[in-house]
Write a protein of this length. Structure first.
Length: 156
């Protein structure tokens, strides 16, 4: 009981999920790069809209963030640019909030942030993405990313 009760009070969050978030880092072509923790903080405070730019298949297979706007940057077949991306992003940010963009590893979200900036929107890339960088064995999710830091997500 001495171990179970305190563990249950954590509601399934990792001990480092509430770790202090560093400030945004400036980036060329968009507002900046943010840690998963800072992105989550802004999103939960209502300061930003969390936009998941991964494919529908990735969200289905790997997991998703409840409450995030699902808006693929590229989509199958062939990983072609999503023709509805611009309109979908503009609709999601109609309230004038900034966007925090989440992809698998923090690469596609850079391209999406640059496009958002071209559309006149304030957009940030979430470093490490949902799964983080691959480790020495090419496995993701073990050294960074939204899931690794214990931030909210669910399996489809």
């Amino acid at each position: 009981m001495d171990e179970a009760v305190p563990a249950n009070l954590q509601s399934g969050l990792r001990h480092d999920a509430g770790a202090p978030a560093a400030a945004a880092r400036p980036a060329e072509g968009y507002a900046g790069d943010v840690s998963p923790q800072l992105a989550c903080q802004w999103w939960q405070a209502g300061e930003a809209v969390l936009v998941d730019v991964r494919t529908d298949a990735e969200r289905e297979w790997v997991g998703f963030v409840p409450g995030a706007v699902p808006l693929a940057w590229k989509q199958w077949p062939g990983m072609a640019l999503n023709p509805g991306f611009d309109a979908g992003l503009q609709a999601a940010l109609a309230g004038g909030k900034k966007a925090v963009l989440l992809c698998r590893s923090g690469v596609r979200s850079v391209a999406a942030a640059k496009r958002a900036t071209e559309l006149g929107l304030q957009a940030y890339n979430i470093l490490e993405g949902f799964e983080g960088d691959p480790d020495g064995d090419a496995h993701r999710g073990r050294q960074g990313g939204w899931r690794f830091h214990g931030l909210p997500w669910r399996q489809g």
